[in-house]
Design a protein around this ligand. Structure first.
Ligand SMILES: [Zn+2]
Length: 424
């Protein structure tokens, strides 16, 4: 269940599908460093190495026992199977997976080209596609991709695989749309379809990656500490049933894309995440970044901010004690596509409900595309229905990514720095 990453002179970081933990003790970090270097799983040999690094044998055995009791390490045994990894990813919240119905019914006999990136089992994908009557053709590598009207489907075990950057460049040079999906792990990811809109340029993979990295702050911190350009990828599992669902979902998306392109709409410019713990779906808008070095004007990044010019204007909303030129709901609708734990500049908005004792009653919000894909059909997270009049509107809004300091202490300081504000 856990991926253990010791960072020299810092701490031991533990990653799972749903949470991250840190063990700050030096002996725990040294134990895992030695354990991973030896690769034999021989406890006595690990303890012997630890004594060379200043720990006593008793400390070595005690540290192993501590880590084992918490489920962070196991002695011996075979590597976990994909199904065991899949169930382990659900284990904190669900005993068995909930496989939902695909959003759109996949057409019989649909066909597509597939490119695999990362640790994806081609035989298992072929079997899953066969079970859904989806005809597939594997493309060997990025250079072998040819120009075509039909989207290329790229399956990966992590949306931040650096190889996806090269695929993005290749696909934009060919002018061919491509659908990215992660069919493995306890939470599957689908979309967006890059390059699907003919009349207006959408965001590219680099636009998406910039937001994803910022929302994987702990993994990014560890990657930077180890000199890696992207977060580490933990092993992700699957079952034949979960893969069959993912292939059916992809076939349905391709059919929906054909329909939306006929209408001239671009309603697949978002990432859909499906959590197999409860079968729930969430949509996360992809924002095109004008300053993106790949698809936008990279020179914009070095431009100085334009000065703010104040000018008189009439107030249109004064009902809550503040004076605004826009209704709060209008401001929310205008910017809410930037709120997402996956693709948002703001990872979440939570209301601190004073009347009911703090953030326990907070209301989150997720992007939900409407029929036009604009996502403006939701409402601002407001007070609980039974809260009565609330004198002060308090919100917290995710981590403050402006704060970056090295080391575990710096990471903790950054995580504490949440953005917050109030309206009277
Ligand atoms: Zn871009």
């Amino acid at each position: 269940r856990w991926t253990l990453v010791p960072v020299p002179d810092d701490a031991l970081y533990l990653f799972s599908a749903r949470e991250h933990r840190v063990v700050a003790q030096r002996r725990a970090r040294l134990f895992v460093e030695c354990w991973q270097k030896l690769e034999t799983g021989d406890l006595d040999a690990v303890v012997s190495r630890l004594t060379e690094r200043g720990l006593s044998a008793a400390e070595g055995y005690f540290t192993f026992e501590e880590l084992r009791r918490k489920g962070y390490v196991v002695a011996g045994g075979d590597p976990p199977s994909p199904a065991e990894l899949f169930l382990a990813a659900l284990a904190p919240v669900a005993e068995r997976p909930v496989i939902p119905q695909p959003a759109a019914r996949p057409p019989d006999g649909a066909a597509c080209e597939l490119l695999l990136v990362g640790d994806i089992d081609a035989d298992a994908i072929a079997a899953a596609a066969g079970s859904q009557s989806l005809r597939i053709r594997f493309i060997a590598n990025t250079r072998a991709v040819e120009a075509a009207d039909a989207p290329l489907v790229v399956l990966t075990d992590d949306y931040l695989r650096p190889a996806l950057g090269a695929i993005d460049r290749r696909m934009r040079s060919l002018g061919r749309p491509w659908l990215l999906a992660q069919p493995v792990g306890g939470i599957a990811w689908f979309g967006p379809v890059f390059g699907s809109a003919r009349d207006k340029p959408g965001g590219c993979w680099h636009c998406l990656a910039q937001r994803l990295v910022r929302n994987r702050e702990v993994e990014w911190h560890v990657a930077r500490s180890l000199g890696c350009e992207m977060p580490l990828v933990p092993a992700r599992g699957w079952t034949p049933e979960s893969l069959a669902f993912c292939l059916a979902e992809i076939a349905g998306m391709l059919a929906a894309l054909r329909g939306s392109r006929k209408d001239g709409r671009d309603d697949l410019a978002h990432v859909t995440t499906i959590d197999f713990a409860d079968g729930s779906r969430q949509h996360h808008h992809l924002v095109r970044r004008p300053q993106c070095p790949a698809c936008g004007d990279g020179g914009r990044r070095s431009l100085a901010p334009r000065p703010i010019r104040l000018h008189p204007t009439s107030k249109r909303f004064t009902a809550d004690g503040g004076h605004r030129i826009h209704d709060p709901e209008e401001t929310w609708r205008r910017w809410r596509h930037h709120v997402s734990p996956v693709t948002g500049a703001v990872s979440f908005l939570q209301r601190i409900d004073d009347a009911h004792g703090g953030p326990g009653r907070a209301t989150g919000a997720a992007f939900a595309p409407d029929a036009n894909g604009t996502g403006c059909d939701d409402v601002m997270p407001g007070p609980a229905a039974d809260a009565g009049p609330v004198p002060v509107h308090n919100y917290v809004a995710g981590e403050n990514f402006a704060v970056h300091r090295p080391g575990l202490a710096g990471l903790k300081a950054g995580l504490r720095s949440k953005s917050a504000g109030k309206g009277m």
